[in-house]
Design a protein around this ligand. Sequence first.
Ligand SMILES: [Fe+2]
Ligand SMILES: [Fe+2]
Length: 198
Amino acid sequence: MIAPISPRNALTIARIVRVNHAGEFGAIRIYSAQIAVARRFYKDCVPMLSDMLGHEIEHCALFRAAMPTRKSRPCRIMQFWSLGGWLLGFLTALLGRRGIWACTAAVEAAVHRHLDDQLHFLAGKDSELHALILSIREEELAHLDHAEAQLSSGDRFTDALRSIIFLATDVLIWLSTWGDSARMAAALRQAAVQSSRR
Ligand SMILES: [Fe+2]
Ligand SMILES: [Fe+2]
């Protein structure tokens, strides 16, 4: 059930679902490209990547299904995520196993940060979406843990790659949502400040 909410909060909720749907779509494209390369060069990575791809397909469908009741629609420029995500997955996979897991760790960390902010905002406003994001976050955390377990800490190349991809993920999300991700983040920050003042 969705509790009565102000038009402003309703708009932020619509943005949350739109941004998440775009992000999941991007993750599908990233993992699809990585699997295409891994099938040829690093077959041992394929089972885990395929598992993660299965989760992202499910997440994407769940956010898509959550859209109509929240008056949200998919981004009009999903091609950005489609091409950008695929290129990100393809290029990092060409760098080898380290590239694959650095990309996964960076993308999942960016996703995780967004989901945490959203959960904070949605508490008491949209319990259904809150529960959905909470269950999805479990799987995203498992993806992040798995990727980090494959990477050795203190490796400068990996650290640099993770920072670049972390940034690239935010840019891709911004482009594919045409700034909606930034507006959503600003609304979440504002709501957090207001609740801390109370
Ligand atoms: Fe996901
Ligand atoms: Fe994920």
